[in-house]
Design a protein around this ligand. Sequence first.
Ligand code: DP6
Length: 354
Amino acid sequence: MKTNFYNKSIEKYSITPNGVITSKSHSNIALIKYWGKHNNKIQIPLNSSISYSLGKVYTVTRLIYQEKKKKNNSSIRVFFSGKEKTSFLPKILKFFYRISFYCSYLRNFNFIIETSNTFPHSCGVASSASSMSALALCIMKMEKKLVPSLKEDFFFKKASFLARLGSGSACRSIYPGLVVWGHHQSIEGSNNLYAIPYPYEIHSIFTKIEDTILIIDDKPKKILSSKGHKLMNHHPYARERFKDANQNMNRLISILKRGEFQEFGELIEHEALTLHAMIMTSRPYFLWMKANTINVIHMVWDFRKQNNKNIYFTLDAGANVHLLYPIQEKTSIIKWIYSNLFFYCKKTIESFCL
Ligand code: DP6
C-alpha cells in the first residue's frame, strides 16, 4: 500500500514562532550501488541498492527556524563548520523546492542551517547522504511539533522520502544497519520512494563489520555523482549493469543468510569495480581512481592470498577505499593496514557498520 506524504491539514496546526531543531545522521557505504536514475522522474533509481550505515562518520545539523512576518519567499542561510557557505545554497534551495509540496508549512518560515561533519566533505565519503538525511530528520522533527500524533513509522518513512529528494543515497542514511532502497522483486516492501531496513535474516558475522576508510584523495570530486548518474541514460552497457545489480541483490540475500564472508567480499568488490567501470566507459568518460587506489587494491589482494584473511574493499564515487572485515579479525588486520597502507593515504577513518 502506498503511503501518502502530502498532508494539507498540517497547515492548520501551529508551533512556537522560533525554534532550533538538531539531528544527527550517519553516512553510508553501498554494497550494491545505486548508479543511474530515471530521466523524466525525480530521484527514482534504475536499480535497487543496499548499504551499511557507518559509525563515527556523521553529520550534525541544527535547523533554526523563525516565522516570517511577510508573505515573501523564505530566506535560507547555510553555515558549514561555523562559516557561511553560499556554495551549498543551490543544492539546499533545490531540496526545499522539491519538498515544498509535501511540507507546505515550510513556506511560513525563514531558516538558518548549521551543519558540521566528522569527515571531509566531497571526498568520496558520502557527505551528501548524511547531510541531506540529517536535514530531512530536522524537517520531520518540525513536522512532529506541528502534528504531535504523527506515528514513528510514518516519521521515518517520510524522512527517508524527503532525504531521497535531496540525494538518492541519503534516503538509506535514515536507518542504521543494512538498508535497501529501490524496488526489488525479492525484497518485500522495497520501493523507489523511500528506503527500508533490510527485512530478512542476517548471519551474525555480518552484524559486526569494521570499515577502515582510506582517504587517498581529500580534494572535492571533479565529477559530481548527480552528473555521473545522467551518463547512465545513454550508456552502452547500462541494461546489462541493471540486470547484474538485480542478480547481485538476489545473491546477497542468500549470502547474508548463510554467512559466507568470502562470497560477500567477492560480490562487493565486483560491485565496486563495476561502478568504476561504468564511469570509465561513459561518454564523456572519467577515472575516479588514483594511482594509490590501485596500489591499495593490489596490496589487499596479495595480503588476502598470502594470509587467508577476510578483508575486502569497496569504493564510492571517488578515489577513496573502504576496507571491510569482520570484527573477529580486527587486531591482525588493523595492524597490517597501519604498517602497510598508511603510506598510500592522506588520512584513515576507523569506522564500523552500524
Ligand atoms: C556511487 O546519492 O550521491 O555512492 O541522488 O544524485 O545525489 P544523487 O546521487 P548520490 O549517488 C550515490 C552513488 C554511489 C552509490 C550508492 O551510494 O549507492
